[in-house]
Ligand binder design. Sequence first.
Ligand code: AMP
Ligand code: GLY
Length: 731
Amino acid sequence: MKTRKASVKNLYFYADKIEFEFSDRYSIFDWGEMPDQIPGKGQCLLNIAKHFDHLLNDNSFKTATLGFDSQKMSQRLFPAFPPKIEAKTFTYKKLDPKNSSYLVPLEVIFRFALPEGSSLLKRKPELKESCINGIFLPECYIEFSTKLEPSDRYLSEHEAQQISSLDSTNFSILKEKTLGAAKLLQKHLSEKNLELYDGKFEFAWDHKKQELIFIDSIGIDELRINAKGLKLSKEYLRSFYRNTKWFDDLSKEKQQSTNWKEKMLAENNRPQNLSPELIAAGVKLYQLAEASIKNELDSSKVNELLYFQKSRKVFVLGDGGREHAIIKSLNNSPLTSQIYLNTKKQLDYPEHKLRKVYYSNKEECLEFLKQEQIDLVVIGPEAYLEQAYSDYFRQNSFPVFGPSQKASQIESSKDFSKKIMLEANIPTAEAKDFESAEQAIQYIQETPTEKMVVKADGLAAGKGVFVCDNKTQALEAVNLLMLEKSIPGGEKILIEERMYGPEFSAFALFDKESFKFLGTACDYKRIFDGNKGPNTGGMGTYSPSDWLSEEDIEFTKNKIFSPLLNYFKKHKLDYIGVVFAGLMKTKSGIRVIEYNARFGDPETQSLLPRIENDFFYLLDHCANSKLNKVNEISEKNQTCLHLVFASGGYPGIDGKALSLGNEISISENLKSQDCYFAGLDLKDGKLVNTGGRVLGISQMAKTRKEAKEKVYALAKNIEFKDMQIRSDIGE
Ligand code: AMP
Ligand code: GLY
C-alpha cells in the first residue's frame, strides 16, 4: 500500500482501490497546506461526501465509490496518466477507451451564477450582460480545466476533448452527465434554501462497461453554495485572509511571476495564523454546511457566521505609541479593511491598511465618520474621553470603544474613583479629600504618621502624585498643588495612606454586562536605571507580570474588576472600553493605586502582541456591548518586552527644554516591523524627534531574559542626539 498526504486529504493506495481520509487541513489560493487546521472539518466533509454520493447513485449517476467507514471513503482506483512537460507545453498520451480504464485528466466546471470575482468574467466579460439578477446565467455554463498539471489552466472545448481521449459522442455524454448531476445538486440544495453557484466534477472512463463514472468526492470544497449571503463553501475560509498583508503580496506576486510561491517563501512571507475566533467560525461553517445540506438551513447560524465575512473600517483617535500598538493589532485582523488614524504627522506608517486623516474637533470627526461609514471608533488617550468625544459619537449612533465622559472619571477624578472603591469594597489606600489648603495642612500636622501620599484630584499628566517620606514633603506638595497651583488638577486633593510593595498593571475590557480580563504588564516609571530620577509616562514595560501567582490573577479578577462592574451596573454607568488598574501587591494583599479609563502607554506595546484573539473582534464586541459572546482571552505563552527611546531632557520637569528636532537613524527593517511610533515626524524629508517619548521597540521570547536580550540587540540600530534609554527594562 502506498500513502500520500495531500494538502486536504490523506490518500491510501491499494492495488485497485483508493481510500480518502478527509483531514482538518485546508489549502487555498493555490498556496498548498495552510498553517492552521479547522477541527472537525474532515469529519463533516466525509459526511457530506457520503450524502452526495447517495444522491448521485439514487438518481442513476454512477460513482466509483466502493463504500464508507467512520473515517474514510473508498473508491475504485483508476490509472492516471500525467502529461509530459517540455518548455511549458504539455503532451498527453493518447489512450484507447476500448482497452483501458483511466482517469480523465480534466476538471469539469459547471456554473449557474457568476458571483463577483468569478474568473469566467475575465475570460468572457460579455456573459455579464445576459445574467439574470446580475449573477444568474440564463443556462448552466460548462468549462474545462486541467487536473494533472502543476497548476490549473482553462481549456478550450476542443483541447479538453483531445486531452480526454474520448470520442465526440462520449465527450457529449460527459457534458450531459455534468449538466444532469449539476441540476440534481441544484434542485436538492434549493429545497434546503441553499443556492448553488458553481462546482466541479471529475470522471473516469470504465472500459469494461464503456461508460463514464463520477470519481472523487463532492462537498463544500468542490461546490460554491450561497446561504442567504453566506459563502457556505471553502471560499468562506478565503475571506479570513482577504485583508492580510500576505494576501496583498500574493495577489501582486501572482500577476508578476509563475514562481510566486518560491519568491514569497524566500522572503519568509507566509500566511499568518488564524485567531481563535476565526478558527471557531471555520468549525461552525463546516458544521452548518453538513447540517443544512442534510437537513435544512438554520438562519440564525448564518447571521453569526456572516460577521466574519465582512470587512470593516476603523477610526482611531490618538497618535502615540499606544495607538500604534492598537493599530498594529487592528491591521493584523482580517476583519478590518481600512484603519484611519487622526494625526497631523507626516510620517509614513508601515501598516498596509492605515490611512492618515486629520480633523481638529468632534464635529469634523463626525462628518468624516458619516462620510466614510466608519464601523468602529477607537479612542486611545484620556483627553478625548474627558472632552466627551465618546458620548458625542455614540449619541450619533457610531459604536465607540472608550467610556463616556462621566464613567471616565474613574481616571479623571481621583476622588470619584476612591468613592467607588470605598462603596464597592475594593481594596485600596485609605484617603481623605480636601478642597481647602488650610484643612489639608491641619490634617498633615495632626496625623500620627510621617509617610503619606498627596495627589491632585484631576488629570495632571502624571505630575500630580507626591509620595512623601515626611510631613515637610507633604506640606510642600500641598503648597505646590493648592497654593502655587503650578500643576493642573489640584483644586481638590487627596491625602492617602502610603502603601508598599511591587506594582503592576492589569487590564480588562468592560461593557454594560460583563468584563474580559486581558492580562498584566509592568511599567518602569522613572527616567533612570535602578528606578532613579523623576517619574515619566513610562520608559519600558514587560508583559505578563510573571512574578504574580495564579491566585493573584484570580484575586485581581474577582476583587478588583468584578466589584467594579457590579458598581457600574448598580449605578447605571455605561462603561464601554478598557479599565486599566494600577495595582500594588502589598503585605496585606493586592490593592488599587488608581484606575485609568484607557490602555496604558507603554504597557499596551507589550500587552497586545501577546493576545491571540482577533483584536477587532474584541473591541467591536466591547463597543457593541456583546462581550458576553466573547470566549476567554488567550494569551501567548511568551513574554513581550518593550523599550522606550526618549528625547534628551525628558521628562522636562520645571519647564526644562527637551532636545528636539534631531535626526533619527533607524534601519528600514526595524522601522517597518517592531517599531512603535510616538513623538517623531518627518521634517524636510528627515525623520526627527518631536516629543518626549519618541519611539519604542517590542520583542517576544520564551523568557523575559531572552526578550530583553532581543530588544537591546535591536536597540543598537536606533540613534539620535541626546537619546535616553534605560538599560535595565526587564530586570
Ligand atoms: P499615579 O500617577 O496615580 O499612577 O501614581 C504614580 C505613582 O505613585 C504610582 O505608580 C505609585 O508608585 C505611587 N503611588 C500612588 N499612590 C500610592 C500610595 N497610596 N502608596 C504608595 N505609592 C503610591
Ligand atoms: N504607563 C502608565 C500610563 O499609561 O498611565
